[in-house]
Design a protein around this ligand. Structure first.
Ligand code: HEC
Length: 215
């Protein structure tokens, strides 16, 4: 009988504890605070969010290098690449160009991309004299601000836009190089290349280079 009483007492204590603990409330959950754009009587304009002080720049968005961000060297387009040039940059440029630009401009940049072959207006070839002599900043500027009927590609990160511009120079060089530009030990390979194999030098180019080497 005594044992039974003891059990009742224990159960009673447990019950009281449960009721007591359930009564606890986490007040931090309901702390007074303003959510973004919530109304507030504290400020005269009735808004909880404060306007940004003039000239505020978000972290990582400080455009402190005008040539890098605008492609301008003072008042004219830059003639020099504002980032270091190496093989990795050109490979990145090739990769991005083939994704973003080749559908219209073609992989060689001569303006006959797949979309153009299916009816899109034909862009100029990068191998025209005007674009061969255009400053490198022009290519960055066209990507950044668009050009005529071509819309802007400024969602491509700045460094990638320069990588593409540098790669366009590679394309231009590739179509206007002479045998003298090829390292001596590579020349033999180039002249003896088999045009029927994939990724080999075009037959016309081989003929041109052969004629050049016999001169
Ligand atoms: C959807 C098709 C399309 C894509 C994709 C495209 N372009 Fe163009 N691009 C054009 C057309 C069309 C023009 C000609 C615009 C005009 O003259 O009105 C042009 C013109 C240009 C020119 C020549 C500007 C001049 O001085 O005449 C450059 C340089 C150029 N594009 C670079 C690029 C680069 C770099 C990319 C990739 C980031 C790119 N384009 C992607 C359609 C495209």
């Amino acid at each position: 009988m005594r044992q039974r009483n003891c059990l009742f007492v224990k159960l009673g204590i447990c019950l009281c504890l449960i009721v007591f603990v359930a009564g606890c409330d986490q007040r931090m959950r309901y702390q007074p605070k303003l959510k973004p754009l919530q109304e507030s009587e504290v400020f005269a304009d009735g808004r909880g969010a404060r306007p940004l002080p003039e000239g505020t720049v978000a972290r990582g968005h400080l455009l402190d290098d005008p040539m890098l961000f605008t492609g301008m060297d003072g008042t004219t387009l830059t003639q020099v690449l504002p980032i270091p040039l190496d093989r990795a940059l050109l490979e990145r440029g090739q990769d991005r160009f083939n994704i973003f630009c080749a559908p219209c401009h073609g992989r060689l940049g001569n303006g006959d991309g797949m979309i153009v072959r299916r009816g899109m207006v034909r862009p100029p070839s990068f191998h025209e004299d005007r674009l061969l002599s255009a400053p490198i900043g022009h290519f960055y500027d066209v990507m950044t601000n668009g050009f005529g009927r071509m819309f802007s590609y400024n969602h491509i990160p700045v460094a990638d836009r320069w990588a593409i511009a540098a790669y366009i120079r590679v394309l231009q060089k590739s179509q206007h190089a002479s045998l003298a530009d090829v390292p001596e030990k590579e020349r033999e390979k180039l002249l003896s290349s088999n045009p029927n194999q994939e990724n080999q030098t075009q037959p016309e180019t081989v003929a041109k280079l052969k004629a050049e080497s016999q001169r």
